[in-house]
Design a protein around this ligand. Sequence first.
Ligand code: HEM
Length: 281
Amino acid sequence: MTRFIQAQHARILNMAVTSWFVTAVIGQWIFGVYVLLFYGTATLKGHPSDWNKVLPNGYVTGDIMGNVVVGSHLLLAITIIFGGPLQLIPKVRNRMPVFHKWNGRCYILSAFVTSLSGFYMVWVRGSVGGIVQHVSISINAILIIVFAVLAMKYARARNIKKHRIWAIRLFLVMNGVWFFRVGLNFWLFMNQGIVGFNPKTFEGPFLNILSFSQYLLPLLLFELYTIAKKSPNKRFVQVVAVIVMVFIIVMAIGIFSASKSVWLPRITEVLFTNSITWTNM
Ligand code: HEM
């Protein structure tokens, strides 16, 4: 009987989490197409200064080292956005173990390089936002490095159970910057305008809270899901499933809003015109 109840709980939770994953991947890949087309086109055309149409300190004439750091951050962002979800799909993992192994190695390497280049961009090059956001994204980077080391350690030790848990945690913190964009666009959509921060300085209480939530909230949700999977308490399992569903709705609204107002206009502009003219973030 207990086994039957646990199987039923697992089914409810799996349905909720699969819906969450599918929604997230659709949103991440729209973001990925934008990054690929915008930054890729600008770079391949030999106009890296076009990066500055989005990133204020993206390309600085004469600063070869800094430009290489930003370029590697953007290039690896593309591999992270497209390659990350593939690691978590059981069919891909089971049918293509060699791909899983090499894609995983690239993902881990990208995790290190992107975090370190991110540190450089925040603390040396300078980026938008205030000190709270700079500290919070730096904590995000430290979590990425720690989780990447642990995911790799358990893969090497063939401890698949622990490897899986740390790989999922890594995936969640690697997507912190994406959750930030989705959360911001959800907020702008719900308020039909800018509330809780200054758009010129990109500072304010809402952005401070969001910059920590971008990785703490997904991590918390994953821990709840893990506890619920083992719990015999039906009410608790249902509550967790409802929380996941609410998260999906928030994410879907954020993805819709970001796609409509930022990502898709930029994608179509690159595809259908020769010049890139937009300037907002
Ligand atoms: C590991 C996953 C990460 C991915 C996939 C990623 C991706 C990106 C992308 C695509 C951009 C261009 C922004 C846009 O066009 O909207 C960007 C910018 C930036 N990223 Fe990352 N990033 C990651 C992690 C980090 C981390 C951990 C840090 C900090 C420690 C960081 C710091 C920055 C900074 C400072 C910018 C420039 C933003 C600005 O000031 O204008 N990134 N990142």
